[in-house]
Design a protein around this ligand. Sequence first.
Ligand code: FEO
Ligand code: CA
Ligand code: CA
Length: 665
Amino acid sequence: MTCRFRCGNACAHDVANTSDNPYFGDVVAQAISRRGMLRAGTLGALAAGVAGVGLAGAVPALAEPTEPEAELLGHSSGDIRFTPVPPNKEDALRVPDGYTSAVVARWGDPVTADAPAFDFDKQSAEAQSKQFGYNCDFVTLFPMGANRGLLWVNHEYTNENLMFRGYTTGAAATEEQIKIALAAHGGSVVEIERVRGTGQWKLVTNGRRRYNRRITAQTPMRFSGPAAGSDPLKTAADPAGRTPVGMLNNCSGGSTPWGTVLTAEENIDQYFVNGDKVPAAQLPYISRYTITTGTPASNRRFDRVEERFDLAKHPNEANRFGWVVEIDPFDPDSTPVKRTALGRLKHEAANTTLARDGRVVVYMGDDSRFEYIYKFVSKNRYIPGNDRHNRNLLDEGTLYVAKFTGDSPATEIDGSGKLPSDGAFDGSGQWIPLVSGDRSYVDGMTAIEVLVYTRVAADKVGATKMDRPEDMERNPVTGGVYVALTNNTNRTAAQVDEANPRPSNKHGHVLEIVERRDDAGEKTFAWSLPLICGDPNDPATYFAGYDKTKVSPISCPDNVAFDRDGNLWIATDGNQLGSNDGMFVMPVRGKERGHLRQFLTVPLGAETCGPMVTPDQRSVFVAVQHPGELDGATPDKPASHWPDGDQPRPSVAVVWHAKGQKVGA
Ligand code: FEO
Ligand code: CA
Ligand code: CA
């Protein structure tokens, strides 16, 4: 079920990346001193990275904070003390002793003030367009003071066979069911308030709700940046190529220092039919983006209610998805903007930080097997408080893709997971430029082609094929950029390299990038693998050198986030160790570096998303995506009853310590 609804059976398809780009081997690394690059701390990064608005206005200072500065910023040593939640198969959101959880918003909850109450057996597209959408993924909070805020939540995809009784296929669905699915995609802005004196937050449900908004697959949007108005984006409905409709499969994302959300369109390939009937010149791109061919009965068949999803008739419509979308949560009338300068991928994340000189940097993963890691660096600098200027920053800049080089001999990367003789899977890397405005750096491709067919451009410049790059985010305390590499069971023994050292990688790993001079605007970096996931008893796992008898098992890291102390929070998707998915915390500095502990587990069949630790560290939000998504489950035979004991409902929950301690501490 996961395969069919989430990613259109991606694993059953051939790997899309057939380029001969290297799984790099034995290349002697540049003599970059990793220690020197690990200088900790940027106040600017803290300002840009953690939680959107409320932190804007800080300057991109780059010196390591002194102890008093660190105290001012509220950093502690990041000690983690809770008793880990053991692996389990419970149909529950399980949190550590001393902690409590509560649902904040569930699928169907009224979002806009005129939304009707949810009724599972009387759903309508009209109601769904005003109610909280399905499958919540990325979560971020825009604080409005200490006790109020706007929560942004992505609604990645729909599980129609859990939403509707008797559902079989898209071909047999009612048109109203298809329209409900369109309305259940997208995102939500909901105003939330703190339950006084606690770490609990709940929906504001009185008449205010003036910010509350649903964005769906049918919301009018606009393109901006260099590819806006270009030929590949033009359709019959939009001959100017500037006004796309809706967003799809928004997985993870980020926020900007100027208080907007960046939400990333991921597995957009599964929403179309007749991908094989586009003009011949487009076919290679259809295949590189694994766009659905034919009209498989099992897919959602959006084309039955909106002709644009039929690529035989509208071959460019697929080019209008796969972007990073910027949305202003504080203006419910604003038009979401697809920022073409950030390229078109199966975008997972879009987390921002500031370069040393104030340029905005966006880190992005392309989540498929053997895909690449990207970053965008703006041409102009962020100016605190100058909203009009900042709103255009993501339209001009340079898009880069990452190439990784190992520093150990290939003979020592033997696929066993054993550390090479220098004691680390590590090395150096380069950000290879792809495009900057109307200038292409890729032979044989125009700037527009690089932006619209970014995967093809990255193939041509020799980027490194990774094990499903998902979320990536810069640590506000150490400056390291952490990347979740979820898994890749297709990597063969001949294809292992120092950055992806295990064949048939079932459990994934976490990569740390340390930019040269600790500056996110730089073009070279050092890297290492602090976490190689799996059962700690498996010799092929690694927990930054920490005593493996004291860590929690972890499998399939997906989303990453940091608290203000710089601890790494990891959410998993697809646990291959027989337990439910969960959320984990791991200090990344000091004596506790590598001491990974499971903070919570989600109910049966669910994936863990978020995490979002509030700036005061008194609460952590978790998105519980697709509870009950197990083979054979239906509304008449649900595999999960979370959260209300009835049908499973994807929900955002909040977890806090009963005595008000920092979460995890
Ligand atoms: Fe939607 Fe890459 O997870
Ligand atoms: Ca090495
Ligand atoms: Ca994800």
